[in-house]
Write a protein that binds this ligand. Sequence first.
Ligand code: 5GP
Ligand code: ZN
Length: 130
Amino acid sequence: MEDCIFCKIIKGEIPSKTVYEDDKIIVFMSIGPATDGHLLVVPKKHIVTIMDMDMDTLSHMVTIIKEKMYPLLKEKLGCEGLTIGQNNDLGQEVKHFHIHLIPRYQGDNADVKYDHTKVSPIEEVFAKLQ
Ligand code: 5GP
Ligand code: ZN
């Protein structure tokens, strides 16, 4: 898709630090890393949110994360954990589906923090979800 930064990376029109690639997906370093080795796992097809992802590609992405990326990050960078994140629509800066792999290190302060002080009417919300 024109004007999509990740499509341009996939086509090789702009450079990226790619650590894995096959016919379906590409994995490259985030330009704004949360920790050392923050990677983005990206389908080669231009898809915006998880709602449009096909299960074959999604499951392939998870397989590569499990079998290749997390082992690579542990072996080469010595990370002690992996936080996985994925934004859809609101909060999604790049509108081309991607999964964040954030390697974790002791004292990295990269915990995903939510504001638990916000008061939410749990009973009311639960009722809406039925
Ligand atoms: P989002 O907010 O869409 O979930 O995350 C976007 C991710 O893409 C962020 O990690 C951001 O640093 C990364 N990013 C944005 N533009 C570029 C770019 O041009 N190159 C690379 N490698 N990463 C990018
Ligand atoms: Zn794209």
